[in-house]
Design a protein around this ligand. Structure first.
Ligand code: SF4
Ligand code: SF4
Length: 159
């Protein structure tokens, strides 16, 4: 009989403890620690580094990429494909450039190794797609996401 009473007492104490935790976390005085995404847009930190993109230089209307392939060789996920445009040997540029963003881990190695500094991190983070093909970003998409580089400052010739 004493064991039954003890069990009832322990159960009651456990319920009271649980209700106390619930009451504390429900309190309107407790500050909200979550964001109501997507209604509330997250404030990205200044140093946020997202997926690599290829911003366009306004003077040339394209990115500075010379299709050297260094980024593709460096990528630990092997998700960058680069094909050089051979139409003009004096004007080296990519004929095709794509990144399978579904496997990108935003490590930034491709951006670090780029000799032209033309791969830049995007500040976008909403990359969902309904298809796998939709996660493979081609040159146009990477240009679009990269936006435009600021115009280069004019260099004045000294007389
Ligand atoms: S950020 Fe890393 S994983 Fe993504 S494409 Fe560049 S090297 Fe590959
Ligand atoms: S490393 Fe830079 S220049 Fe070379 S292919 Fe990649 S993005 Fe283009």
């Amino acid at each position: 009989m004493s064991t039954i009473l003890s069990d009832i007492k322990n159960s009651f104490v456990s319920i009271i403890k649980g209700l106390k935790v619930t009451a504390i976390n429900w309190s309107i005085l407790r500050p909200c620690v979550t964001e109501l995404y997507p209604e509330q847009r997250p404030q990205l930190p200044e140093a946020y580094r997202g997926m690599p993109t290829l911003p366009v230089r306004p003077e040339t209307g394209r990115s500075d990429c010379i299709a050297c392939g260094a980024c593709a060789r460096m990528c630990p996920e092997h998700i960058i494909t680069v094909e050089v445009d051979k139409t003009d040997p004096k004007d080296r540029k990519p004929a095709k450039f794509s990144i399978d963003i579904s496997r990108c881990m935003f490590c930034g190695l491709c951006m670090e190794v780029c000799p032209k500094g033309c791969l830049r991190p995007a500040r976008t983070f909403e990359l969902a797609s309904r298809t796998r093909e939709g996660m493979i970003y081609n040159l146009d998409k990477l240009n679009e996401l990269g936006g435009q580089l600021p115009p280069e400052p004019e260099t004045k010739l000294e007389s």
